[in-house]
Design a protein around this ligand. Sequence first.
Ligand code: 13P
Ligand code: SF4
Length: 298
Amino acid sequence: MLSKKHNAVILAHYYQDEFIQDIAHFIGDSLELSRKAAKTNADVIVFCGVHFMAETAKIISPDKKVIIPDLEAGCSLANECPEDEFRNFCSEHPDHFVISYINCSAAIKAQSDLICTSSNAVDLVRKIPKDMPILFAPDKNLGRWVEQQTGRKMTLWPGSCMVHETFNEEEILKLKIKYPKADVIAHPECTEVLLQYADFIGSTSKLLSYSKSSSSNEFIVLTEPGIIHQMEQNNPLKKFIPVPGNDGCNCNICPYMRLNTAEKVLKCLISLSPEIELEETIRIKALAPIMKMLSLSN
Ligand code: 13P
Ligand code: SF4
């Protein structure tokens, strides 16, 4: 196999296409993939996810070649938080401790004190001294949910995920009527209006483990439906129902994640490109808050 020839490890996020999940050596959420990138002995990391995830792997493992099937696989959260505007925002709040959700560019990470993922955001915010004001970026929905969980008010950057904002409230209500026994499980990137229907809220890996441990046999899934592949594999007798976006469109599918296709994975394994490149000064600055996250969430 090509990955063996190049001593490459294929990492995939749960929102990837089913085929990519099936050929990956490791599947995970943002935190698990960062940990894997920090520990692997491979020479090449094939990152089947979005750009900020592959960039995080490069920040952690500068001596490894990190390739991504499609360099255009971005993220609306990362796009909506430009470097200069964020610098101004931080300088307007000079005494604040800056926590950035991992869904942001290396340039934003480099301006942060701590990085978090949706798996560890609540725990990490609880570890910050109570008298220290916190600036949280770039997802206002995750930030608001963390505020509710911790009772801690934070200054929020006004970004959001284009996918988790599009789930249709009316469709959730219809599905709840159709499947009255189903648990509604949701990612914290959803809006407050949507989260009010959730029986369980968590990162992709937490939604997966909840779907295993819950005694319920039906789940209405309020996150990108790529994750349903693993849910079905782990629970062949349970039913998982995706929630459509507005107007029943396919906009519940992350257009960035799905830029990676089987064909592009094969091409990038053959050519070992496109490669993630990073300026060393930015990389070093971005590394510190990521390592802090990894050490605080061990
Ligand atoms: P997780 O860290 O929960 O996998 O989330 C990543 C993501 O991009 C959600 O939209
Ligand atoms: Fe970004 Fe949303 Fe896609 Fe996750 S689902 S990668 S937050 S655009």
